[in-house]
Design a protein around this ligand. Structure first.
Ligand code: IMP
Length: 430
């Protein structure tokens, strides 16, 4: 048996989709543990680009793929993804299951998300506007509707009507232009419920049996450690737990069953939305990293903020997730640079930190302590072994390993599945 948890070690967008896709080849089951359609994975297979917001990318490998109980599901988005994948020839019906415990992102959730952001004004979080926060709020307040509720035909129309009307009263007060059309939204949701019904099951017996039979399971986290509701840069975070603990609560897999935690570490840093970002860069370097790295949100299209590699963040991630190895992604984006900086710690007045302080004010005041090293200034996208990388690039990889404190299992040198250097396969699978 193996349970491999994939976590983002920074602020999301580390390239987890490609690693999940790689691991899915050797997996019996892939389960997504949290988040919703705020996430976006891009996987490129032989030149074809696949974009996912909800469905685990393992589906491309024909691996049984599950949306776990910790996910919040927007039914319209899920229906759209299923039909898109089917039109590309992917057999979704035979492979996808959705936990009946997963909560539904209702039509009023994105509207409330927008209204809340508007009300925050200059203190806005910069959410993806997908209704994620309000859906999790309802879950925690115990007023949510779960995917399992979409199975029960009798009272469903009535319940949907009541819920939409109740939230409309709230929207009417704060943002009247965001009020839902009850009849239209109810009709759409009932149609989506009908289409999704075959996928919705209690995923516990299947997951439990897989564990008992020694299956190889991959748990796919969305977003990243620094966006974790508890351990991230609160309040500039998402509303779920992208860290390894969330992999357990979001799937029903016990902590004692986890065999590996693989942190996905981008060779530089990006962040979408508001909040402190000590190693952020501006000017020419910002444009270079953003353009070479195609750093635009898959979900929102927003340009991502970019910066140097932040070892304090990555090391913190390694610790709180118990990372057993890392996969370094997008290192090729740095190919043209003459000099590369990395930060291993911060200075804030007289204080120094080797990890991001919990107090947001203190974190915002942190100035990175940089080290510089020579770039390799070569195209490395065709290289397939660590030994063949230019010396400066090998030195960079070793330096990241020292900063993070875990070995690299693989290095991604381009977006395509083939553009991967396997450093130590035993760190990834049995
Ligand atoms: P929400 O998850 O839409 O509520 O957004 C909260 C914060 O998390 C915002 O800063 C978003 O930009 C960020 N966020 C949410 N999902 C992702 C993601 O998949 N990648 C990067 N940032 C994300």
């Amino acid at each position: 048996m193996s349970v491999t948890v994939i976590v983002g070690a920074q602020w999301g967008d580390e390239g987890k989709g490609k690693v999940v896709d790689l691991l899915s080849r050797n997996a019996d089951l892939v389960i997504r543990s949290q988040g919703g359609s705020n996430a976006g994975h891009t996987v490129v297979v032989k030149g074809t680009t696949y974009q996912f917001h909800l469905i685990p990318s393992g589906i491309l490998e024909g691996t049984r793929s599950v949306l776990g109980n910790g996910v919040v599901v927007d039914p319209a988005q899920l229906v759209k993804e299923i039909s898109l994948l089917e039109s590309m020839g992917v057999d979704v019906r035979s492979h996808l299951l959705v936990s009946d415990r997963a909560h539904v992102v209702m039509p009023y959730h994105p509207r409330l998300d927008g209204a809340q952001e508007q009300a925050r004004g200059s203190r806005k979080i910069g959410t993806t506007n997908r209704g994620i926060g309000p859906a999790y709020e309802d879950k925690v307040r115990r007023t949510g509707i779960r995917m399992g509720d979409l199975r029960s035909g009798d009272r469903l129309a009535e319940r949907i009507t009541e819920l939409i009307e109740e939230r409309n009263r709230q929207l009417e007060l704060v943002s009247p232009d965001r009020v839902c059309d009850v009849a239209q939204e109810r009709k759409a949701l009932l149609e989506e419920a009908e289409l999704l019904r075959p996928y919705i099951v209690d995923t516990f017996p299947m997951t439990d049996e897989a564990l008992r039979k020694g299956a190889r399971i991959v748990v796919e986290g969305a977003q990243g450690t620094m966006l974790d509701i508890d351990l991230g840069t609160y309040p500039y975070v998402t509303s779920s737990s992208p860290t390894a603990g969330g992999a357990c609560t979001g799937t029903g897999i016990p902590p004692t069953a986890i065999t590996r935690v693989i942190g996905i570490v981008k060779a530089y840093t990006t962040r979408v939305g508001e909040g402190p970002f000590p190693t952020e860069v501006t000017g020419e370097l910002e444009t270079l990293l953003r353009e070479r790295g195609h750093e635009y949100g898959v979900t929102t299209g927003r340009p991502r903020r970019v910066g140097w590699f932040d070892g304090a963040v990555a090391q913190y991630s390694a610790r709180v997730n118990g990372m057993t190895a890392m996969v370094i992604t997008k290192i090729d984006v740095l190919d043209t640079l003459g000099t590369i900086s990395t930060a291993g710690a911060y200075q804030a007045g007289d204080a120094s930190y080797s990890y991001p302080p919990s107090d947001l004010g203190a974190f915002a005041a942190c100035v990175p302590v940089y080290e510089e090293q020579k770039g390799w200034q070569k195209d490395i996208s065709t290289i397939r072994s660590r030994e063949e990388l230019p010396r400066e690039c090998r030195d960079y990889v070793t330096h990241l390993e020292e900063l993070v404190g875990v070995p690299s299992a693989a290095i991604s040198v381009g977006p395509d599945r083939e553009e991967t250097i396997l450093c130590n396969a035993s760190l990834l699978w049995d």
